[in-house]
Design a protein around this ligand. Structure first.
Ligand SMILES: [Zn+2]
Length: 777
């Protein structure tokens, strides 16, 4: 693991760092009256039994502590007064630490929502925090920087969190309730009840199986009546008007979204923050601290974590839910699978007409292969040549070319497109094969990306028709729409005159179908399975990442130059925000923004991600921006990482920051990106986990945590997540974890939760009156 280690061993008296080791120590019960009780509720009774012996060797009763000072390693020539003083300080620290812990216990332990307070006697095991050895830091100031610096840093971090909360709430994406609660403590606004996902009544595990019941007809859906709103773009963002008259008067329905000027202001504010020296070093310190703390946690609790996993019957890493949170549909099969599929199709459907050239010349599949001088027998994986290799490193262009089997764009057209002469028949077939593999594996799910280019207005209808005609549905699959940033190409080829046309092609059909489902009936049936939008392309393409509020609006963007990443994201976000309000009002599902972000290129992309995206893919560059990395941690923004993909394109495997992020507690999941290019086996997601586990020596607990994260950050329905993670998964901390489903020990969940609470309270305790109010317009 690459993470920085604590500089030097902390000395108990030197810098006030003091690692309090908490024990299941009966002798200590005078300090902690509740302790013997809790011992009975300890998470892993099996281990506890064994611990009696093992615990003894590590036991260090407080009464023995003073002796430590005169232990052999102590320099003997201290004057007696000095030792006395040291002892005194140590005693004070011990008392304070005990008090801290006591406070913390009373704070953490009941971890029950206010709604349950009426039934104080109905406590269940999961409502209690498990026993483990906690690492805690005592002393007045634990941040290691002067108070002024801490205050200044806190002020800025709180402001940044406030900005994210505003953008998330505006667009109906999620913001964690923990951070929201802390923000309410400074701005004194009431907690928004709507923000919290409403729970069903608690259910016993027996009443709530691990698998959701299979859905029946996925495409059965009634068509609601038309609403007859008027829809028109205003400065690049579609607005909804109640009537034609309102449209003439410029009075849209007031769905709130930040305008371009606000966005630019917030963006600049965040950009100045990430460049701020003192804040940078503050965040860097906190991140280093988090790494070290995790190392200590593992050192002290590894055996307990393992033991509680062992104590769970039936459940193990193989039968917990995993979601491949970032995978492209056009490359979701591995190369062998594609090869087999091509051969099979060539054998059984050789005389099917598959392409029609511009001159009207038809070609059967056999003719296509004849024109390339190929027979079924010639075809091999090597011939297919779709796998990324050392030649694609830092060559996104070469990588893109790998999407063409045998280097022929015609084959990609025939086999891997939804919109071709066969209306994507073969592609639907192979996707269905991948889906049935996933179903067979039972516990694997994928969020496949399909493209909408914004090139023409009928793309959505064609896509929806493809899905329905090919019956491309699986309970294990959900869709995201990837929008390639290709305006410059379209413009160059004279396919459009300005950027607004892309926005029209992408968003107008969605507004129309929401307004009147009968205008696009197929799309209406397809949208419930759509999670949101992804933004794709080579991030390392040169661009000028910053723009001001006077930048040309989309209808005036008629340059051949491609708009910067942030411009694309803002207009996607703003249109999606209005669309979400509109859809939610009609009782329809809403969408989220989950772009590729921080794979390469300018770090401003990650600022956009922080402001507008529910979660992101890649996030590699966070390793270079401590402020953002810390903010992604505090806001628990999901990051779908694909180290094998990075290894072929942008960053060698052993330099990948994943283990470091995971140690620090960022919300990380593992994903495959493009199995066609990167993987060798039939289960690419397992391959991804397996390599990560081997290279980075991940424990079973780490792997299960990654899998749980992947479900949490995925866009699968709330109900499914209840089956997969436990009915109360949205609750904070241990109460939200169900080890019988997730195989993640309560100890780990508790460690993460307490650590996050500590970090947040560290920051929020010194913030009195931040100028956040100016931002929460
Ligand atoms: Zn990708």
């Amino acid at each position: 693991m690459e993470s920085p280690v604590v500089n030097g061993t902390p000395k108990p008296n030197g810098n006030q760092l003091f690692y309090e080791l908490e024990h299941e120590n009966d002798g200590d019960s005078s300090n902690n009256p509740g302790q013997t009780d809790q011992r009975d509720r300890s998470e892993s009774p099996v281990f506890d039994g064994a611990n009696g012996a093992a615990g003894n060797s590590m036991r260090m009763a407080p009464s023995e502590l003073p002796n430590e000072i005169s232990a052999p390693y102590e320099v003997p020539q201290f004057p007696i007064e000095q030792i006395e003083k040291k002892l005194l300080i140590q005693r004070q620290l011990t008392v304070k630490a005990a008090k801290d812990l006591e406070e913390r216990r009373s704070h953490y332990e009941p971890s029950l929502g206010p709604d349950e307070i009426e039934h104080p006697f109905n406590l269940e095991e999961s409502d209690f925090v498990p026993h483990f050895q906690r690492v805690s830091i005592s002393g007045e100031d634990t941040s290691g920087v002067p108070l002024e610096d801490l205050q200044r840093a806190s002020q800025m971090l709180v402001q940044a969190l406030d900005i994210r909360e505003k953008y998330m709430n505006n667009s109906r994406q999620t913001f964690p309730s923990i951070a929201a609660r802390f923000l309410r403590s400074v701005d004194k606004r009431p907690m928004n009840v709507e923000d919290e996902v409403q729970h069903d009544d608690r259910m016993a595990i027996a009443d709530h199986p691990v698998h959701a019941p299979a859905s029946r007809d996925p495409w059965a859906s009634d068509i609601p009546p038309a609403k007859n709103y008027k829809i028109a773009p205003v400065n690049g963002v579609f607005n909804v008007f109640a009537s034609e008259e309102d449209h003439q008067n410029g009075k849209p329905i007031p769905y709130a979204y930040p305008d371009l000027a606000t966005f630019v202001r917030d963006m600049n504010l965040l950009c100045s923050m990430i460049a701020d020296g003192p804040l940078k070093s503050f965040c860097y310190r906190r991140l280093s601290y988090l790494s070290s703390k995790f190392q200590l946690h593992v050192l002290l609790n590894e055996l307990r974590e393992l033991a509680s996993q062992k104590a769970v019957p039936h459940r193990d890493f193989y039968n917990i839910r995993k979601v491949d949170t970032h995978i492209h549909a056009a490359s979701c099969m591995n190369q062998k699978h594609l090869l087999r599929f091509i051969k099979k199709t060539l054998k059984n459907h050789a005389d099917e007409v598959v392409t029609c050239s511009k001159s009207g010349e038809m070609m059967t599949l056999r003719q296509v292969f004849q024109s390339m001088n190929l027979t079924t027998y010639d075809l091999s994986v090597d011939m297919l040549d779709v796998h990324a290799d050392r030649n694609t490193f830092h060559r996104f262009d070469k990588f893109n070319a790998k999407y063409n089997p045998i280097g022929e764009s015609r084959l990609r057209e025939v086999f891997l497109k939804t919109d071709n002469y066969l209306e994507g028949k073969y592609f639907a077939r192979i996707i269905n094969e991948v889906s049935s593999d996933l179903e067979e594996s039972k516990y694997q799910n994928a969020e496949l990306r399909l493209s909408i280019y914004g090139k023409s207005a009928d793309e959505w209808d064609k896509l929806a028709r493809w899905a329905i005609n090919g019956n491309v549905y699986s309970d294990n699959v959900r869709w995201l729409i990837q929008i390639p940033r290709l305006y410059d190409i379209f413009k160059l080829n004279k396919l459009m005159t300005n950027f607004q046309e892309i926005l029209n092609n992408i968003f107008l059909p969605l507004f129309e179908v929401t307004n009147d489902p009968s205008t696009h009936p197929e799309l209406h049936k397809f949208l419930p399975y759509l999670i949101g939008f992804d933004s794709v392309d080579d991030e390392s393409k040169p661009e000028n990442p910053l723009f001001d509020k006077d930048v040309a609006p989309p209808e005036a963007w008629n340059d051949v130059e491609n708009p910067p990443y942030g411009y694309y994201q803002y207009y996607t976000y703003a249109n999606m925000t209005v669309l979400n309000h509109f859809r939610a009002e009609q009782g329809l599902n809403t969408f989220v923004l989950r772009p590729h972000c921080g794979e390469a290129g300018p770090i401003q992309h990650l600022v956009c991600g922080f402001m507008m995206a529910e979660n992101i893919s890649h996030g590699l560059l966070l390793r270079k921006v401590p402020v953002l990395q810390y903010l992604y941690y505090l806001a628990q923004i999901g990051i779908a990482m694909s180290p094998l993909s990075n290894n072929s394109l942008f960053l060698n495997y052993h330099r990948n920051p994943l283990p470091e992020y995971l140690a620090r507690g960022l919300c990380i999941s593992l994903s495959t990106d493009d199995p066609l290019q990167f993987h060798f086996t039939k289960e690419p997601l397992m391959e991804e986990y397996s390599i990560a586990a081997q290279v980075w020596k991940l424990s079973s607990c780490d792997m299960c945590e990654l899998a749980r994260n992947s479900v949490l950050m995925s866009g699968f329905p709330h109900k499914s997540k209840q089956y997969w993670l436990g009915p109360n998964y949205t609750k904070e901390g241990v109460a939200g974890n169900d080890i019988t489903r997730t195989n993640v020990p309560d100890i780990r969940v508790s460690y993460r939760y307490e650590t996050l609470l500590d970090e947040l309270s560290n920051i929020f305790k010194v913030v009195e009156k931040p100028d956040v109010c100016t931002n929460s317009a």
